[in-house]
Design a protein around this ligand. Structure first.
Ligand code: PRX
Length: 647
């Protein structure tokens, strides 16, 4: 391994931050020695209508997986994110909204947020939404997305946000799985000057599912949309008819707050269920300590609310803390490559949280678009979603942060609800590419393939040995799948699906997924999902999908496709298949490379040997390992000869 550059904690950070190294060690030890006392104390950071008397009640026994935190407490997430701030900070800006067009912005104070959320909740209530009902939100990055999420929370309804880049089929599947009766969407979205036909996508989705009674449509662009009378409702018209007062429904700590679908190694996406109390405690506490959030800071997370990062670190964590959170509708390179940095200067952003893929693509445009901006307001930088390569880390630190801003490389997952492994900027020295140390209460372990726990500096699979309050509670409607996916590989431990290395300082380096999940530009995609989209095409007989290293996206999607008898594998067919997958799942699932294969390498029992396909896609065909179990070894030579990644 090349030598690692270590960045010590700057003195002023150790002094001003919430947590310095000594405090980290003390608190971490407390959190492990007596989790009941630790989380009992920190649970008080949110307001409870009925205080809890029980803190932690966990069973990870595969015969009875049950996860409960603060189980007899009652609260409401919208109350915590809005109402409780009104007295002290009613006039403080809660949400800075920066439009796709640099001339559009909105500043929404906590008082205005309260009015908007109450009104939205009344509109939902008027359309029959009550506690426990599921609501699909398919919106662009506009403030109404946050209003809608908080409005559901206010009523005790469960939201299922679907990323605006998903196709009608993907929306329909998610609506069906959660049995949603109401969908909230917009006429169109706007990204990089281009329109996204959101309402039209919902219309197409609703042809395939019958549970939806009402579609609330927010007017964003004013573009033409089709209308189904009786079903479709303009949000602004309904909003004009309701009051701005709607009581916050008391809900149990373990009542679900949201479902968020995410890809796994097999089957269709899973509905990850997060509940109320523990989730909010964990999101708000990690937001405060990891980003060292202080009163008055301007905080910007560039994620989309369609992903968990947007849930926990644009909406719930920051608003629970009474922060000012920036919500950005656009993309990093529109209208110019300086957009991120211009937004930072315009709104005097202090804390900036983005993904390695964005950093790598901006890095490609050189330093000038960054250096022509000031960025003097920046104090801290963050990274999330995939491993950050040391070159991108150094560039982020040197060019964007002017050597001045620590970088928190935060490792977590949709399933974990909040950040689990991360530096704390006043406490942890930094090593580019390492997510460093566990957050309070988190016990990472490295295990080998057989499940033995490895000690000291080592490498293997990452598991977590005990629960934390933000942990997902189940897969919606399929608890068995929850148990099987996360608790059966290493009984008694939560299996993350990630590989990692632990160095001699006890720092963790996440090496990426060890299952059949690929991470494309920080977006999770199951290879099985792309495969089933491909084989649904009439000209495809068989498909196998793997990831391969991609300079900007981290991983690209590589598909091996066998066509039906008599079909010509042409360039046009390749384009047709890419368009097909975009239509079936969405643009984020587009294969980057398609290799037409006469056959796939299989064992004699017919199992596809993915290890070999991965190696060929990585252009590492010299190290194929043992191929003696192949039914027809000749297949491999053909695959190598026609490989598509020749870098
Ligand atoms: O492989 C890890 C990678 O992203 C996966 C989780 O994806 P998702 O559920 O979509 O959540 C992304 C945002 C939290 C993980 O299993 N990952 C996430 N953060 C990092 C990371 N890999 C390395 N370093 C990170 N900081």
């Amino acid at each position: 391994m090349s030598e690692v550059h270590v960045y010590d904690v700057p003195d002023e950070w150790a002094k001003r931050a919430w947590i310095d190294d000594a405090k980290y060690r003390t608190m971490y030890k407390q959190s492990l020695d007596d989790p009941e006392a630790f989380w009992g104390e920190h649970g008080k950071r949110i307001d409870w209508f009925k205080p809890y008397t029980k803190v932690k009640n966990i069973s990870w026994d595969i015969h009875n997986v049950s996860i409960k935190w603060y189980e007899d407490g009652e609260t409401n997430v919208a109350y915590n994110c809005v109402d409780r701030h009104l007295e002290k900070r009613g006039d403080q800006v809660a949400i800075i909204w920066e439009g796709d067009n640099p001339n559009e912005q909105r500043l929404i104070t906590y008082r205005e947020l309260s009015e908007e959320v109450n009104r939205f909740a009344n509109v939902l209530h008027w359309h029959g939404v009550k506690k426990g009902d599921r609501v699909t939100i398919y919106l662009p990055m506009i403030p109404e997305a946050a209003f809608a999420m908080l409005a559901c929370a206010r009523l005790g309804a469960i939201h299922s946000v679907v990323f605006g880049g998903f196709s009608p089929d993907a929306i329909a599947g998610r609506i069906e799985d959660a049995q949603c009766a109401v969908v909230i969407t917009a006429d169109e979205g706007l990204r990089g000057g281009r329109k996204v036909p959101l309402k039209a996508n919902v219309d197409a989705a609703l042809k395939k599912t019958s549970t939806v009674k009402h579609v609330l449509v927010v007017k964003r662009t004013g573009g033409e949309v089709d209308w189904t009378p009786g079903r479709d409702v303009w949000y602004h018209e309904a909003a004009a008819r309701v009051s701005t007062t709607c009581p916050a429904e008391p809900v149990n700590a373990e009542d679900p707050l949201f479902i968020l679908y995410t890809s796994g190694s097999t089957g269709t996406p899973k509905g990850v269920v997060h509940t109320t109390g523990g989730y909010l405690v964990f999101a708000s506490m990690t937001h405060q300590y990891v980003f060292d959030y202080h009163e008055g800071d301007i905080y910007w997370c560039t994620a989309d609310v369609g992903w968990v990062t947007g849930h926990s670190y644009i909406v719930y964590g920051p608003l629970a803390n009474g922060a000012t959170t920036l919500m950005f509708e656009g993309i990093p390179n529109y209208p110019s490559m300086s957009r991120f940095w211009e937004v930072i200067d315009k709104h005097k952003v202090n804390i900036f949280y983005t993904a390695p893929t964005a950093i790598r693509s901006l890095m490609g445009a050189g330093e000038e678009p960054v250096k022509k901006t000031s960025r003097a307001s920046l104090r801290l930088l963050g990274s999330v979603g995939e491993p950050i390569n040391p070159e991108a880390w150094e560039w982020y630190h040197r060019v964007v942060g002017d050597h001045r801003c620590p970088i928190v490389d935060t490792w977590w997952q949709t399933e974990t609800g909040g950040i689990l492994i991360t530096p704390l900027p006043g406490a942890t020295k930094l090593k580019p590419g390492s997510a460093t140390r566990p957050f309070f209460g988190v016990i990472p372990e490295v295990v080998d393939g057989a499940g033995a726990t490895l000690e000291g500096a080592t490498e293997g699979n990452l598991v977590i040995a005990d629960s934390w309050p933000g942990q997902m509670r189940t897969v919606y409607g399929d608890h068995e799948r929850f148990v099987k996916t996360y608790f059966s590989t290493y009984p008694g431990k939560y299996f993350t699906g990630d590989g990692c290395r632990r160095d001699s300082d006890g720092f963790y380096w996440i090496t990426g997924r060890v299952d059949d999940v690929i991470n494309v530009s920080g977006h999770r995609m199951g290879t099985a999902e792309v495969e089933s989209a491909l084989v649904a095409h009439p000209k495809v007989s068989e498909a196998a999908v793997v990831g391969y290293p991609h300079d900007i996206k981290g991983q690209g999607i590589y598909a091996y496709v066998t066509v039906m008898e008599g079909v010509e594998p042409t360039e046009d067919l390749r384009k047709e298949l890419v368009a097909w997958v975009r239509k079936e799942i969405g643009p984020i699932a587009s294969p980057d490379l398609i290799q037409f294969a006469q056959g796939l390498p299989k064992t004699r029992s017919g199992k596809i040997m993915r290890r070999i396909l991965r190696k060929i896609a990585e252009n590492e065909y010299g190290a194929l390992g043992d191929t003696s179990t192949l039914a027809d070894p000749g297949v491999v030579t053909q695959l190598i000869d026609n490989r598509q990644n020749r870098k």
